[in-house]
Design a binder for this molecule. Structure first.
Ligand SMILES: *Cc1c(COP(=O)(O)O)cnc(C)c1O
Length: 408
């Protein structure tokens, strides 16, 4: 066991799924960058909601509806405090990161005209590429790309050269899901603001590992998904600065987002409701709050420190395997190891690992441009969480060696 501030064995007891076997072997879950596992406290919050106070929010005068509304709004408050937003109404519930990006892309497009430029990074997840391409098609704006280098880092000199008074918006992830690179977003945001451009940061992959302070970053939009940070699927948050959210047009029309409706004219509700049409994922929002409570009780500093130890150990052990190459060797990384073995297809390695109970992801990780850059079809990606152990790294390494022996 790594000498650590965390009591990993007792933390593991909080996650019932970690007890199960897969194909006769104890589960070694190393696909945390795709989705994290759910602690009992979050499962309890979900069961409690449906067992005791399931009701629609914001409209009912009856007790259940008020209890549900209070719990949902309390979760919003927890999320505000977690990300240090200035106002609760700057926290919009979404169905996840993808929804958050689409919401901003849809509204921001109406401010753009032909000849305007927007900048994306080469390290993005498809969900932080495609909505912007759609926005550019509609508006005539031009999409520019910050290139990456072989280490899997952004080439910052090139970014500074791309910026001009034509630049209206920059979007970039905080941490790359495919490689684990932590991007210098503070520098990205400051430079964009100097030319008057707004910035959206995709925090989906950062939020499970580090705590972003949106005021300190001075970021305009920050998007996350609950399911990557011990919460349920189908819920996330878009943080937006009040002035931007007031400027952006609503995304979807419907119930909850209106002030008054007649057939002649509809006026929109105040923030955050203007962007929250229809019945939301009430239980999901409440469970997201419970997930943040759980992670904050462990502490993000301790989590980051422990995960870094796991990353260093896994990197060292994996590199000892002959023919193994790791993609993404940036100076600042979260605990993601993306690799290939010479002559073997990532899918074949992943399939054998699964037979041995080890869950990793294989493929392009929704980041095809990165794979094209390295001229590979994909990688095997092991992504760690604070509930993983050094012993599990050993199982991974042993299993990769076994796969290599079987396949070559
Ligand atoms: C997971 C992920 C997304 C997409 O999140 P969804 O929950 O599928 O909407 C976007 N960007 C990054 C960096 C991610 O890791």
């Amino acid at each position: 066991m790594i000498d650590t501030v965390l009591d990993i064995l007792s933390i593991r007891k909080d996650f019932p799924i970690l007890n199960r076997k897969v194909n006769g072997y104890p589960l070694v879950y190393l696909d945390n960058a795709a989705t994290s596992q759910t602690p009992q406290k979050v499962i309890d919050a979900i069961v409690d909601y449906y067992s005791r106070y399931n009701a629609n929010i914001h409209r009912g005068v009856h007790s259940l509806s008020q209890e549900a509304t209070d719990a949902y709004e309390q979760a919003r408050k927890k999320i505000q405090l977690h990300f240090n937003a200035a106002h609760t109404h700057e926290i919009l519930f979404t169905s996840g990161t993808t929804h958050g990006v689409n919401l901003v892309a849809n509204g921001f497009g109406s401010f753009l005209k032909e000849g305007d430029e927007v900048i994306v990074s080469a390290l993005e997840h498809h969900s932080n590429i495609v909505p912007w391409q759609m926005m550019c098609e509609r508006s005539g704006a031009v999409l520019k790309v910050i290139p990456m280098n072989l280490e899997g880092e952004l080439v910052m000199e090139a970014y500074h050269e791309l910026l001009s008074d034509r630049t209206k918006l920059v979007f970039c992830n905080h941490v790359s899901n495919a490689l684990g690179t932590v991007n210098p977003i503070k520098e990205i945001i400051e430079a964009a603001h100097r030319v008057g451009a707004a910035v959206l940061i995709d925090g989906a992959q950062a939020a499970p590992h580090l705590k972003a302070d949106v005021q300190q970053l001075d970021v305009d939009f920050y998007v996350v998904s609950a399911h990557k940070m011990c919460g349920p699927t189908g819920v996330g948050v878009l943080y937006g600065k009040e002035e931007w959210l007031n400027k952006l047009p609503p995304y979807q029309g419907g119930g909850e987002m209106i002030a008054e409706v007649t057939f002649e004219k509809t006026t929109y509700a105040e923030l955050p409701h203007k962007f929250e049409a229809g019945t939301p994922n009430i239980c999901g929002g409440i469970a997201f709050g419970a997930a943040l409570d759980y992670m904050n009780a462990i502490g993000f500093e301790a989590i980051a420190q422990y995960e870094h130890e796991l990353l260093e150990y896994a990197t060292k052990e994996l590199l000892a395997i002959e023919g193994l190459r790791i993609y993404g060797n940036g100076k600042e990384k979260t605990a993601v190891v993306s690799f290939n073995i010479e002559g073997l297809h990532p899918y074949d390695i992943g399939s054998i690992l699964d037979k041995l109970g080890v869950a990793v992801r294989t493929g392009h990780h929704c980041a095809q441009p990165i794979m094209d850059f390295y001229k590979i079809p994909g990688t095997v990606r092991a992504s760690f969480s604070f509930y993983n152990t050094k012993e599990e790294v050993d199982v991974l390494v042993k299993s990769v060696k076994r796969a290599q022996a079987m396949l070559s």
